[in-house]
Design a protein around this ligand. Sequence first.
Ligand code: TRP
Length: 327
Amino acid sequence: MNRVLSGIQPTGELHIGNYLGAVKNWIEMVKANETFYTIVDLHALTIPQDPYQLRTRTLATAASLLALGLDPKRCTLFIQSHVPEHTSLSWLLECTASMGELSRMIQFKEKGGKRESVKVGLFTYPVLQAADILLYQANQVPIGEDQLQHLELTRDIAKRFNHHYSKVFVVPEAVLPKHATRVMDLQYPNQKMSKSGNSSLGTVFILDEPSVIERKIKKAVTDAGSEVVYDPKKKPGVSNLLELLAASLPSGKAPTELAGDYPSYSTLKAATSEALIELLRPVRRSYTELISDQSELEAILKMGAVKARGVASATLSVAQQAMGLSV
Ligand code: TRP
């Protein structure tokens, strides 16, 4: 059986791109693997955060994952900061990683790594990520393409540690989900959908009311011509709607097949908003229940942290001994 670990930032309300691009695959992987999923609040601290908002968003992210269908009895879902082994191992690994290799991380450079005021935590962010993965001896790490470089670094750190000390860590592999949908912004269909897109109409959140979903889809940018065809290069707007429709319908039909079923952009839009509304209706109901009973939510997360610590503390202790710490 594979051991799987992945992490998600505590952004709070998730959007349909998070679900179809990542979380849906996480839920799928629970069925046949031993899965660990963590909400990375320690990573969130590497950029300025309002303390109240961070706490609220962390819980909202947890409730969203559960509402989308992640079963906490079959996977281990936990908040990163609840498992102190992450920061402990991170320090050990920081003492094996070099300034040079961390300086090459694209995410660090993009987030303004040259500025004097940039926090040290942003620089060492990928080492904490390596600790997240290596603590659980995960062999598979589902991630998006933007995280491949961090995974490559994790592999380097693990191999180097195993070679230099003793064989403590499993060297993990990235899993790029085969069926993930790359959901684009509804207003700027050449950009990936994101929480902070250029227009509030561009992003469908999983908790949007039906009327809001309808409006966003109705206003979605389409392309020249009037024929519904799946062609992401020439018709990015229409193709994105077809992708969303295909991923939301239970039929499992591919976007190319669906294209023929709709005689016009407006019929495609009507079908897409209906499918999204139906997909998200039970999610919104379940979220409302979860967030109204915070003690139950906290109990679920505490249970996850206990399970996670069982595995993490064993790995940490082996790593500490391998490095010569007297534990
Ligand atoms: N850096 C990842 C992101 O921004 C989140 C993350 C943290 C992660 N730790 C992880 C992903 C471990 C996979 C495995 O999306």
